[in-house]
Ligand binder design. Structure first.
Ligand SMILES: [Ca+2]
Ligand SMILES: [Ca+2]
Ligand SMILES: [Ca+2]
Length: 620
């Protein structure tokens, strides 16, 4: 059928050709003067989108009356697909014959498109020969839409033509990126426009302190980098969110830290002022963690999560104890320094001989032990007073005691020398009470109140004086032939205990007889028997006082003559007989004369006999 059509067209063209030749021979000037016929793609250039179906016109502006046309079309089959060819409007009003030609989308050709007016007639007005429907492939680029093998005829011949090709550009696409937040997006490749199908890698790069979160627009999700395929104009928004950083403050010790501004979270670069406020009795010391040093207040720049530790140290206070006097103070606990609030117990311990009295300085009163609370440096003085001891001396007897040194009171450990001084007639004997023994002088160490008695004893014997004797007369009529009165004065500085008359008799024995007190101090003894024997006697007075001090008077000698010794010469001799004979026969009262030897009142021969019985004796 096609072949039949071609043959028919060829014969027809031959006919036309002959007709044109003839016509040109006849009216060549007419034809040439009209100029060439323009055959062109209309629009000459067109921009379409991938996938777009559009129509290109093959237009004709006749330079003369024309009756037929033929052409072939070439195009880039990778960019364009030809869909159909339909007859144009140039020969409207005439009966036409139109051949849509053959489309080859592999080769990119449309061949053998032609049309003509059947029968008589021609057209010289511009119009379209054909409409070609194309669809743009999913690509970008520019395809020339070319016309070749173009021929236009009049009734008889091909007419001069000028052919103008056209072009179709498959547009490229824009990729518009919008930023939400702070960051950037890089495109790879980075072009103003992209051919259809280009895969563009988009990499979202957050600014410091920001984080890419998601895509929106023609992308979604949060994959980064991600790809977008350019099958159209694309508009993408990259969303960045500002990072939020935490600021964690840890307290070491006692205190607090204020944040300015005080927020749950902070954005990048935000400067936060940290002020460390120590608790009572504490001091800020240093920062550690994401801060160092000890500046306060200080600032921290939030370029990440921050953790800071504020270190507080407890204030240390000294406790100084001063001693006034002699003693010591113990501290419990005993430390060089104390943290704030420590309660320290102070115990004052007096040295021996001292007594704690009171506190001064940062303490007062006299409580002991006492507590002090360390809320600052403390200085305390413990006052001790020296003990004062009394030394009481009592005198037993008569004397005195001197103290060296002689003070009303004494301090502990003081040594006092006591010297006992006896009064006359007295002697120091011994110490009692807080001293003993008889050493004199003697020392006593004052380690308390002391009481001492100094004992003095009577050291003076009785004094015996005025010793007197009265002896009976040898003529005494006492049948015992004699008596003696002995008296004496005995005194003592204390008291006389006993007075004894000690008599040595002619027989050699001693008679000790107590003397009795007649008046104060006067002692008396009368004896009518102790001296009855004739002979030589001696006596003395012995006295003892209440302290057993004894004294004796001097010895006194005397004689008691025998009555037969008339002339008291110690012997009974003839001379005694002579004296009796001289008074022979005289009388008188008894004992009136010594010659009355037998004391009968008359001198007789019995007296002579009495003497003769003792003749030759001696009584002393
Ligand atoms: Ca005495
Ligand atoms: Ca004689
Ligand atoms: Ca006689």
């Amino acid at each position: 059928m096609m072949k039949k059509g071609v043959e028919k067209r060829v014969s027809f063209l031959l006919t036309i050709f002959v007709a044109v030749m003839l016509l040109m021979e006849v009216v060549p000037l007419l034809v040439e003067a009209s100029g060439p016929t323009l055959v062109y793609i209309n629009p000459a250039s067109r921009t379409v989108s991938a996938g777009q179906t559009f129509t290109l016109n093959v237009s004709c502006t006749p330079g003369q009356s024309i009756k037929s046309y033929e052409f072939k079309v070439s195009f880039n089959p990778t960019l364009l697909q030809a869909n159909s060819v339909t007859e144009g409007n140039i020969f409207n009003g005439y009966t036409t014959f139109f051949n849509a030609g053959t489309i080859n989308n592999t080769a990119g050709t449309i061949v053998d498109v032609y049309g003509l007016i059947l029968g008589a007639g021609g057209v010289s007005s511009p119009g379209n020969c054909a409409y070609i429907s194309f669809t743009a492939h999913l690509a970008s680029g520019t395809s020339t839409v070319g016309l070749y093998n173009v021929g236009v005829t009049n009734e008889t011949a091909y007419v001069p033509i000028t052919v103008t090709n056209g072009s179709v550009t498959l547009r490229e696409f824009t990729l518009s990126v919008t930023l939400d937040g702070s960051g950037s997006v890089t495109k790879n490749p980075n072009q103003a426009t992209y051919p259809y199908g280009t895969v563009v890698q988009l990499t979202a790069v957050p600014d410091t302190g920001w984080t890419f979160s998601s895509w929106s627009g023609n992308l979604s999700g949060s994959t980064n980098p991600t790809s977008i395929t350019m099958n159209g104009n694309k508009s993408v928004t990259a969303h960045f969110t500002q990072n939020q950083y935490t600021l964690t403050v840890t307290i070491d010790g006692s205190g607090s830290v204020t944040k300015s501004p005080d927020q749950a979270t902070y954005t990048y670069g935000q400067v936060v002022t940290l002020t460390a406020v120590p608790g009572t009795g504490w001091a800020f010391s240093s920062w550690t963690g994401d801060l160092t040093g000890s500046q306060n207040p200080t600032t921290i720049t939030m370029n990440g999560n921050k953790a800071v530790t504020a270190h507080f140290t407890q204030n240390q206070y000294t406790l100084t104890v001063t001693i006034d006097g002699s003693g010591s103070v113990t501290k419990n606990p005993n430390q060089a320094t104390y943290p704030y609030g420590t309660v320290v117990q102070l115990t004052a311990t007096a040295d021996t001989g001292w007594t704690f009295s009171s506190w001064s300085g940062d303490l007062s009163g006299s409580a002991n032990p006492v507590s002090i609370t360390m809320n600052g440096n403390k200085s305390v003085t413990a006052h001790f007073t020296q003990n004062q001891y009394t030394l009481t001396v009592t005198i037993d007897g008569s004397g005195s005691v001197t103290k060296n040194p002689d003070q009303a009171t004494y301090s502990y450990g003081q040594v006092v020398t006591l010297t006992a001084v006896a009064n006359s007639g007295w002697a120091f004997s011994y110490w009692s009470g807080d001293l003993s023994g008889s050493q004199n002088p003697k020392t006593i160490t004052m380690n308390g109140n002391k009481a001492v008695t100094a004992h003095f004893v009577d050291a003076m014997a009785p004094q015996i004086s005025s010793v007197a004797r009265t002896t009976s007369s040898p003529l005494d009529t006492d049948p015992s032939y004699g008596w003696v009165n002995v008296s004496g004065t005995v005194t003592d500085n204390v008291a006389v205990s006993q007075v004894v008359l000690k008599i040595h008799t002619p027989s050699g024995s001693w008679n000790n007889v107590s003397m009795t007190t007649r008046t104060s101090g006067k002692y008396y003894y009368r004896s009518t028997t102790a001296f009855s024997a004739a002979g030589n006697y001696s006596y003395y007075i012995w006295a003892i006082d209440t302290s057993s001090n004894a004294n004796s008077s001097s010895n006194v000698l005397f004689s008691m003559p025998a009555n037969w010794d008339v002339n008291i010469d110690g012997y009974c001799t003839i001379l005694d007989l002579v004296l009796i004979s001289n008074h022979y026969d005289q009388i008188g009262s008894n004992g009136w004369i010594r010659e009355d030897a037998d004391n009968n009142g008359q001198i007789k021969v019995l007296d002579l006999v009495y003497l003769s019985n003792h003749f030759g004796e001696s009584w002393f």
